[in-house]
Structures are given as C-alpha cells and as structure tokens.
Design a protein around this ligand. Structure first.
Ligand SMILES: Nc1ncnc2c1ncn2[C@@H]1O[C@H](COP(=O)(O)OP(=O)(O)OP(=O)(O)O)[C@@H](O)[C@H]1O
Ligand SMILES: [Mg+2]
Length: 329
C-alpha cells in the first residue's frame, strides 16, 4: 500500500496497548513517518512523563503546541508538532469558549472537576476526547496521533463516550459524548493502532483488547504493530567466527565461545518471536507491521527516524485494501 494512502485513511490514529510495549515510541515513529511523507502531524499526549518529547530531543510537552521535529529540506517533509491535553485544561478551555471565563479558573483550581469526575466516571476522558474531536474538525493537522493510556485504561478511556451517552440523556455532556462517539466509530476519521511485543502474554492481551475495542466501542482497528523484534544480523547468527575473520578480527581465548553463545541466544529469541507472530496472525486477522528492537540505551531522534523508516517499509508491503477492515472475521 502507498504510505500516503495509508496515512490519509483516517485523520486521527489512537496508539494503544499494554503498559511498556512501546506505544509512545510507535506514536513518535508513526508521526515522523507521516511528516516525512509531507503530512502535517500533531502528536497529542494525555499522560505526563511519557518520554515522548525526549525521543525528539525536546523539553516536556505542554498544553501549547510546539514543533518536535522540524520539516523542510529537499524532500518536503512537514513538521511533527506536539502538545498535551489534560482534562483540567480542556475543561478550562471549554468553559472559556462557552462564555464562562469568569468562573472557569476558580472552578478548575478548586478541584471541582475531581468531585464531578467521581460522580460521573468518564467525564475526564470525554473532556480529552472532546478536545481531540475539536482539533480533528478544525483540521489542526493532516494527521493527529494520540498516545493513549495503557490498555486496561484504554478500553475505559474509549468506552467513556458510550457510558456517558447512556448516563446523561441531554445537555452539553450528552452532545459531547455523542460527537466523540461519532468520531470513534467512523473509520474514515479515526482508527486505533494496537501495539504489542512479540511475547506470549502481551500477544494474548492484545487479542483481547482488539475484540473488546471492536465489540464494545465500535472503533475500527488499523494494522497491529509488533514492536521489538530482534533484527537478523547477517553472518552473526550463522557463523560468528567467520564473520570475525572476514572483519579481520583475531578472536582471543573464550571470545569465539562467547560469540557462539550470543548467536544461540539471538536465534532462540528470534524463533520465539516468529512463533508469537504466527500465534497473533492465527488469532487476529489484522495486518501486522513489524518494528525492530533498537539496541541503544536511550532512544533519540535518529532512532525515531530508523523506526519510522521500518514502519514505512511495513506499510508499503501491506496489500492495498480500503480502511475499516476489522478483527471480527
Ligand atoms: N523498538 C524499540 N527498540 C528499543 N527500545 C524500545 C523500542 N520500543 C520501545 N523501547 C523502549 O522500551 C521502553 C518502553 O517504551 P515506550 O515508553 O514507548 O512504551 P509505552 O507503551 O509508551 O509505555 P507506557 O505504558 O509506560 O506509556 C522505553 O524505554 C523505550 O525506549
Ligand atoms: Mg507511553
């Protein structure tokens, strides 16, 4: 599939998955891939301390938009921009937009939102999603990528609209919930991209989450990202000693054995990963995008670029099918 066609299949992509599987990293890579394709891209972070800005070598995000990766250059790349959306800020803005500026600050600083949120669960989520909907409608960017909260919370997060729609039958909250649900259930406006690691438990949880999101939220699922696959190292996996000889390196005592151990370890991991990719394909009929494990202590902009390129390669290999295919066979 053409990367541009893939990236333009819906304006909002919500990146979701279990804790620590690489949601933030995939968010960065997807945004960068889109920007390199020339799409203006906005990353929205809802939980602080995600480490997202550090991936771009920048300061932590705030409610005000900043450029995370500048575009330009001969290839015509667009900017990756980023911002946070917190329920408090979204409420403040909502009240101000609705002529309640005078009370808004005091209301928010008094913690009134926490009181309301206890009485009406989902209200904070709907404030965030309502703001996303407003950005989408206003054409804030060609692509908006949302780094969603971890899986358990992602389902409740995305369920909030349906819950509130049932609980509140009229008024602004009802309208907001209805409009958010319209966004979430329209494959041409919004898709969820689930991320997992190639390991047994994360794969199982991803499959459960996929079906829950489709059945209970009615959201459409994009390809699944399998993150952290050990890339093949030509030569090393087969015959490390030959590789050393080729590079003109004389191995000292014990080094050949250590290299063979490392190669055996890598091969065993790779076999395990392959097995999990197969299990995932059997259980979830969604296309997969594979991302390599990057062997570096802390990932930075160059690594985001590398992962964006890998994502692009995966997308190019996808069959050109229209958006909106689902996990339910
Ligand atoms: N492909 C990769 N190669 C190497 N390291 C990776 C890769 N993907 C993620 N990581 C590292 O794994 C850790 C978790 O990744 P990340 O923060 O993206 O996950 P997350 O799903 O957003 O986590 P959380 O649920 O805490 O928000 C980070 O230290 C990140 O740098
Ligand atoms: Mg994260």
């Amino acid at each position: 599939m053409e990367p541009a066609q893939f990236l333009r299949s819906s304006r909002v992509v919500i990146v979701a998955g279990k804790g620590g599987v690489g949601k933030t990293t995939v968010t960065a890579a997807l945004a960068r891939m889109a920007a390199v394709e020339g799409l203006t891209t906005l990353i929205v972070e809802v939980e602080g301390k995600s480490g997202l800005s550090a991936l771009f070598g920048r300061e932590p995000l705030t409610y005000d938009e900043v450029v995370l990766a500048a575009g330009g250059g001969p290839s015509g790349a667009a900017d990756v921009r980023g911002r946070t959306i917190t329920p408090d800020d979204a409420l403040l803005e909502y009240l101000e937009d609705h002529g309640l500026r005078r009370v808004s600050k005091r209301l928010v600083s008094s913690g009134a939102l926490d009181v309301v949120a206890t009485a009406a669960p989902g209200i904070k989520d709907i404030l965030i999603l309502g703001k996303i909907k407003q950005l989408e409608r206003g054409g804030a960017a060609d692509l908006i990528v949302l780094d969603a909260p971890a899986a358990g919370h992602a389902i409740t997060f995305l369920m909030s609209a349906r819950g509130l729609l049932d609980a509140v039958t009229m008024g602004p909250i009802h309208t907001q919930a209805r409009e958010v649900l319209e966004l979430l259930t329209d494959a041409e406006r919004c898709q969820v991209m689930l991320v997992t690691l190639p390991e047994e438990t994360p794969v199982n949880e991803l499959v459960d989450t996929a079906f829950a999101l489709e059945d209970r939220v009615g959201v459409s699922l994009g390809p699944v990202v399998v993150n952290g696959l050990y890339p093949p190292v030509p030569g090393l996996d087969e015959d490390p000693e030959a590789l050393a000889a080729e590079a003109g390196v004389t191995l000292r005592t014990g080094e050949a054995e250590a290299l063979r151990d490392a190669a055996r370890f890598r091969l065993a991991r790779r076999a395990l990963h392959e097995e999990q990719l197969g299990r995932l394909a059997d259980r979830l009929p969604l296309p997969q995008l594979h991302l390599p494990f990057v062997f570096r202590p802390a990932l930075g902009p160059a690594d985001v670029d590398e992962l964006a390129a890998a994502l692009r390669e995966g997308v190019t290999a996808l069959p050109a099918v229209p958006a909106g295919r689902g996990a339910t066979p």
